[in-house]
Design a protein around this ligand. Structure first.
Ligand code: MG
Length: 208
């Protein structure tokens, strides 16, 4: 499957908004990751030297099968072909410095290997996208646990909103945001992200 753009949603779970000391958004907060950041199950996350703290973020990813623009919410899920588990790896210190300076934080999210994604599962196999458990473990210890029921903007709202501004194309990935419990990854760790019915992605962490 060709991957086009990776559209990520920030601050889409209330408890995570709180832990980031952000204000609850009134519209979805969007940013992009380059396709070159994507890796699969078992591939190492490589942290460049000197970038400070790096965090994990377990998320549900939705993969677009049928493209479109100005997609209506009630038809939005028909545009999704697959679901997958996604880890929105984030250079948190770089992001915080950019935010303080009022500058874009694209680099903090777009580093090579900072987008692990599990094998896509056909979307028709997902029984209820609004009630999927998410979990993340580091070295076998649980760090994040949540449910897609806690999203501020549910999948249909996200797809509709994004498509008002960016045409969605087959193969585009939407990462729908992370629940609370984000925390550090360091070389030597093994991180495993899981979403009910959408599988798991497990990656060793290495320095670079
Ligand atoms: Mg995220």
């Amino acid at each position: 499957m060709r991957c086009g753009k990776i559209v990520c949603v920030g601050q889409n779970y209330r408890e995570h908004v709180r832990e980031m000391r952000s204000a609850e958004p009134t519209e979805p907060v969007l940013f992009l990751k380059p396709a070159t950041a994507l890796i699969g199950d078992g591939d190492p996350i490589r942290i460049p030297a000197g970038i400070g703290t790096v965090h994990h973020e377990v998320e549900l990813a939705l993969i677009i099968g049928t493209g479109g623009r100005d997609i209506e919410e009630r038809k939005a899920l028909a545009h999704v072909s697959h679901a997958a588990v996604f880890n929105d790896v984030t250079a948190r210190d770089m992001q915080a410095a950019a935010r303080r300076a009022g500058l874009p934080w694209a680099l903090a999210k777009g580093i090579d290997t900072f987008a692990p994604m599990g094998a896509p599962v056909p979307f028709e196999r997902i029984r209820d996208v609004h009630a999927l458990g998410l979990e993340l473990r580091v070295n076998g210890e649980r760090r994040q646990k949540g449910s897609t029921a806690q999203m501020i903007f549910p999948p249909e709202a996200l797809i509709s909103y994004i498509s008002r501004f960016m045409t969605l194309e087959p193969g585009d990935i939407i990462a729908t945001g992370t629940p609370s419990g984000v925390g550090p990854l360091v070389p030597g760790d093994v991180v495993e992200a899981m979403v009910d019915e959408a599988g798991a992605v497990r990656n060793p962490v290495e320095g670079r």
